[in-house]
Ligand binder design. Structure first.
Ligand code: URA
Length: 242
């Protein structure tokens, strides 16, 4: 593996910021191969070198799993020649090669995007055979009633004739512009917008709030990004609880 700055390497594991690491370096708490590190910019090989933080060995994980609250106007791609992508929003200390969004949200959709460098994991959660449930909040342009929930339950037929799988729908707020919670187990292009359109309604705002049973951390705020813990990662493949 290429050599990396010790402060960046330690901060990339998520528990400490680069300024925490610099403070620990000043206090002599960081060791590299048994010798105290004097400069936070010192380089180390994450595979070959032994780093300890306050006596504890630093376990470097090869894979990173991040939760991002995607704001409107950002594209769900690894790179784009003209537009800002979800990868551009990853904080410097968590950035590394090979990160990509596991699944896409439309440019105007906000909420939970999982970013990782683990291709197998992404494949598992995106595989159409796995049907990992994703939960969304949709603001609608027109009133909605229980017939809509029934239509979603029996599988909406899109205007191009495609039949969707059974989906969950709950009206959380009624009125002229209702708020609906939708649970999908597949991910067709613009699926929720097209499902509501096929039922004579229109989505005016869409937000993904949960993947499997892992809710988006709403304290992140638009553009906020943090690591997903090991326990949280397991919840992605579990059924959502209300
Ligand atoms: N359905 C949509 O229409 N758009 C999204 O971004 C996600 C689901």
């Amino acid at each position: 593996m290429p050599l990396e700055r010790i402060d960046k390497l330690i901060a990339s594991q998520g528990a400490l910021s680069r300024s925490d690491v610099r403070r620990l370096v000043r206090s002599g708490a960081i060791m590299l191969n048994g010798a105290s590190v004097r400069d936070a910019g010192q380089k180390a090989d994450p595979e070959a070198d032994r780093i300890t933080v306050s006596g504890q060995p630093l376990l470097i994980s090869k894979y990173l799993y991040l939760m991002l609250d995607k704001p409107e106007g950002i594209v769900s791609a690894s790179r784009d020649p003209k537009q800002k992508t979800v990868i551009d929003l990853v904080p410097a200390e968590l950035r590394r090669g090979g990160l990509f969004p596991a699944g896409r949200l439309d440019k105007d959709t906000t909420g939970f995007v999982l970013i990782t460098n683990d291709g197998d994991f992404a494949h598992r959660i995106l595989s159409p055979k796995k049907h990992i449930p994703k939960t969304y909040l949709a603001r609608l342009a027109r009133p909605a009633d229980e017939t809509l929930a029934e239509a979603f339950r029996s599988g909406v037929v899109l205007t191009d004739g495609t039949r969707c799988m059974e989906a969950g729908l709950r009206i959380l707020e009624g009125g002229e512009t209702p708020l609906a919670e939708v649970v999908l187990r597949e991910g067709k292009y613009h699926q929720i917008k097209r499902m509501f359109a096929a039922c004579g309604n229109e989505v005016t705002a869409l937000r993904r709030i949960k993947m499997g049973n892992l809710p988006l951390d709403e304290t992140l705020g638009p553009g906020g990004c943090r690591q997903i813990t090991a326990q949280e990662l397991e919840r992605i493949t579990q059924e959502p609880t209300l």
